[in-house]
Design a protein. Structure first.
Length: 299
């Protein structure tokens, strides 16, 4: 808490707004938009690497949150005040930091992927800056941020190191998808057990079910895409760059409509939230590529 108190003493309106913008880079919406752009239009392999890192680190972080159940800084010290605009997005327990995990899950694979040292430094600075923003805004302690970075970096390195192995052999592809699905089911069962035992509140269990649903959708979509579709995101010789832009924008709109529709229809219960996130991620990874590949082949 000493570091958070020190940072609170140097807050200014400008830096409050600046670090609020920085912390948005760790929001789920930003990460999914980047993954969609890469996966549908640029580099499927890199996008899948980011997706794997995000679901693996995300499940791990949610499991740690409900295990240690550490309150937010303003609950640890009632005299401490976070930046007010950052509080609504600070859901769940404090340890580890979810925003930092998401930001690191995005920028760490980019760091490992690029060969240029300038970009490596820039990407590394981005996830470190996101972590710092969470402390500056008063939403997380250094321990929360460091744990999230370590978990995400470990997941990013393992997936980067073994991704070619996972995709080279269909049997390994199946085992990898099954492992992600099993981990997701374990986390949601663990959360339900703690909720049923009145150890955690519904809102904390809800975050686990959302993460588990996203992981299940990713595992199923990635497996089916690798085994039966194996699409290429590059444009064909008859297409222009504008076609890729239209592909991305149309897919993003349909994804948003699908998400909001499912949330309104079935997203109130644990199971509903889980299904909602599973369907949306499955659509991103397998459903939409199947659609635009079909129409591209016909043309």
């Amino acid at each position: 808490m000493d570091i958070l108190w020190a940072l609170s003493e140097i807050r200014t309106p400008f830096f409050d707004h600046f670090f609020q913008l920085v912390t948005y880079l760790g929001q789920e919406l930003f990460l999914i938009s980047i993954v969609c752009a890469l996966y549908w239009c640029v580099d499927k392999k890199l996008a899948a690497q980011i997706g794997f890192t995000y679901v693996a680190a995300g499940l791990s972080v949610q499991g740690l949150k409900i295990t240690f159940r550490i309150p937010r800084p303003w609950m640890l010290d009632p005299n401490f005040q976070a930046v007010e605009s950052a509080i609504p997005a600070a859901t769940g327990y404090s340890f580890p930091s979810g925003h930092t995990q998401a930001g690191t899950s995005l920028f760490a694979p980019l760091t490992l992927h690029t060969k240029k040292w300038g970009l490596k430094c820039a990407y590394t600075a981005m996830f470190l800056l996101i972590g710092f923003s969470r402390m500056y805004l008063g939403c997380h302690t250094p321990k929360d941020v460091l744990a999230a970075i370590c978990v995400s970096l470990l997941a990013a390195w393992i997936i980067h190191r073994y991704q070619d192995t996972l995709t080279a052999n269909p049997r390994f592809t199946g085992w990898a998808a099954a492992a992600v699905a099993a981990f997701a089911l374990f986390i949601c069962c663990y959360a339900f057990f703690l909720y049923h035992g009145e150890i955690i509140e519904a809102r904390y269990a809800s975050d686990c079910f959302k993460a588990s649903g996203a992981a299940l959708g990713f595992a199923a979509g990635w497996y089916l895409e690798q085994r039966y579709l194996n699409f290429s995101p590059e444009k064909s010789h008859t297409q222009s760059n504008s076609c890729l832009i239209y592909r991305f924008l149309f897919g993003l709109v349909v994804t948003a409509v699908l998400q909001f529709s499912l949330k309104a229809l079935i997203g109130r219960t644990f199971a509903g939230q889980m299904v909602q996130h599973a369907v949306v991620i499955f659509w991103i990874i397998y459903g939409y590529p199947l659609v635009f590949t079909h129409f591209r082949d016909k043309n």
